[in-house]
Design a protein around this ligand. Structure first.
Ligand code: SAM
Length: 201
């Protein structure tokens, strides 16, 4: 059944799914309560690998419990680290990387993603990505620092070379100004028929 267009997280998951192969490797850059990790673990299948990263041990414990409950923890590596380190911690190339920014719902709001580390993490993610792979970001602007983080991510994404990356942004046109925004970045493939067409428009 369709989940509709109302959830930014769902839209980001949908958009990165197409680049994820069964048995592939993906990264959840902000594990949090584990919902995105669970989605990714099911997506890669029993032969796949998910790297779930969070700076909070408590978030990783919650994620592990959720994944164990679903019987898919065996395909997940839990990394207690900052996501800017991902290109050193995760063996690449990877099919997709998902960032669900902000703070852990129900957790300590001071342990929030921040513009500086998010930008370095995004640069790290782009290094890890395979040709044809995608990075999805769900960005929240309603909390302190959120707007600054969004501006930095949008700035970096907008400045990427259009012959090497395709970048889209989804924002809700008829919701509050601080509604979440989705940005998806696709690394161009080695052989990519749509590239020439895209450049002509
Ligand atoms: C919005 S929550 C993620 C929600 C999660 N994906 C889920 O499905 O429940 C954001 C998470 O990012 C984590 N975080 C903040 N800064 C981080 C960093 N530098 N590296 C990795 N994780 C970070 C927070 O601890 C928090 O758990």
């Amino acid at each position: 059944m369709s989940k509709g267009l109302g959830s930014a997280v769902h839209l980001a998951q949908l958009l990165i799914s197409e680049s994820v192969r069964s048995g592939g490797t993906v990264v959840d850059a902000t594990a949090g309560n584990g919902n995105d990790t669970l989605f990714l673990a099911r997506l890669v299948g029993s032969e796949g690998n998910v790297y779930a990263i969070d700076i909070q041990e408590m978030a990783l414990q919650k994620t592990r419990a959720l994944l164990e409950g679903a019987g898919v923890a065996g395909r997940v590596t839990f990394l207690h680290a900052s996501h800017e380190e991902m290109d050193k911690l995760v063996p690449g190339p990877v099919d997709a990387i998902l960032f669900n920014l902000g703070y852990l719902p129900g957790g300590d709001h001071s342990l929030v993603t921040r513009a500086g580390t998010t930008i370095r993490a995004l640069q790290s993610a782009l290094k890890l990505l395979r040709p044809g792979g995608r990075v999805g970001l769900v960005i929240y602007t309603g909390h302190p620092g959120g707007r600054e983080e969004y501006d930095h991510v949008e700035g970096l994404a907008s400045a990427l070379d259009g012959s090497l990356y395709r970048v889209i942004k989804i924002h809700f046109l008829n919701r509050a100004a601080h509604a979440p925004v989705v940005i998806v970045i696709e690394k161009a493939g080695v052989f990519d028929e749509s590239q020439e067409a895209a450049q002509n428009h």
